[in-house]
Design a protein around this ligand. Sequence first.
Ligand SMILES: Cc1cc2nc3c(=O)[nH]c(=O)nc-3n(C[C@H](O)[C@H](O)[C@H](O)COP(=O)(O)OP(=O)(O)OC[C@H]3O[C@@H](n4cnc5c(N)ncnc54)[C@H](O)[C@@H]3O)c2cc1C
Length: 369
Amino acid sequence: MRVIVIGGGPCGLLLARLFSLEGHQVIVFEEHKQIGLPRHCTGLVSENIFQAYGIGKGEAHVIQDFSAGELLFGSKKMQIGFKPKALVLAREEFELEMALKASLSGAELKVGQKVIYASKKDKGYALKTTDGFQVSEYLADLVVDCSGAKKGLSGLQYEVEGKGPRWPQVYFEEKMPREYFYWVVPEGENRYLVGTASRAKTKEKLDTFLSSSKLRNELNVRKVLRAFGGLVVVDPPSSEFSSAFDGVLVAGDAANQVKLTTGGGLIFSAVSARALASAFTSNQENNGFSNYAKWFYARKKEIYKYHFIRSLYLNLPTSLFEKAFGKRVQDYLYRHPLPYDDHSSFLREGAFALGLDLILQMLGLDEQE
Ligand SMILES: Cc1cc2nc3c(=O)[nH]c(=O)nc-3n(C[C@H](O)[C@H](O)[C@H](O)COP(=O)(O)OP(=O)(O)OC[C@H]3O[C@@H](n4cnc5c(N)ncnc54)[C@H](O)[C@@H]3O)c2cc1C
């Protein structure tokens, strides 16, 4: 097949590589002139990133790894062990490595080319791109939209120089509507990323947090080096065709394939790219669309359950929120390190603590370990 991938982010680059390795002819269009830039993401992932993207540990440009982190809310501070370990990626280098791997497997990367039109045509697709001056036209058998988040919270982070915790921290602020949290992530020697995401006034909220005594007790910020951000996906997926382009399949952030508790999508982008590529492998190309649809709906059902529990958490008054993170959850997390990419067990324990057994039963989430 002639396959066109819209977007040279992690999802599009992995997808291009997987399709190329299957012998398909692949072009990736990336609107920016340089892969990996501008940066928007923190790059905090679990060690599962290696398997998800098919990269060796030595190739992944890990800045630092962590066996534990901290949750801070009210006057409480709670330690959480991670299993597998969490790590911070050198994000730009990671994408460059993925681009190299896609090229080496035969995919063609066209940077500085924005896709402005794609639509179903006869048995395939027609597509138009522009470099800002000229419009070019292409035909393909399959087009996949991996162009990133289109809707979400506005995420912002400061890269700062300072001295503080040696592990990642997540802060829940009582005064902030709990649409999200603040994060502090060490990024090498005396460097940190401090960020948040919000529906409105993100910069104002982040600035207030930066000068708060709560943060100052943990992190002594000497200098703000730069600011960057982007959209953080927090809504569940809708459909495998939920692209701005007509009849085009979606994967990655464009398909809302993220861990809904945090919006972390690097691992889940890879999971969706792999599901899509394997839906179209060799002799089952004719069923590719329905194979991917089946995977998409099974995943959507799963994500919706946790979206529901997450919404409950976000709307809890402070006293109940503290209960949800109370002794039961603390004991649970003491006994079980947090599976970094799956927060379901810990959300479930919190919901049990709140006496939501019946709701958990209805959702089929009531099995306790
Ligand atoms: C502030 C912030 C912090 C984050 N932190 C984390 C984290 O710590 N851990 C984690 O796992 N995830 C994190 N994420 C989410 C993570 O960045 C995404 O899940 C991941 O980048 C999704 O990859 P993707 O390839 O689907 O989309 P993207 O990385 O967004 O890539 C899409 C690409 O498509 C290109 N593009 C868009 N439109 C077009 C077009 N019309 N034509 C051509 N090219 C186009 C874009 O330029 C971009 O390069 C964070 C996100 C934000 C905003």
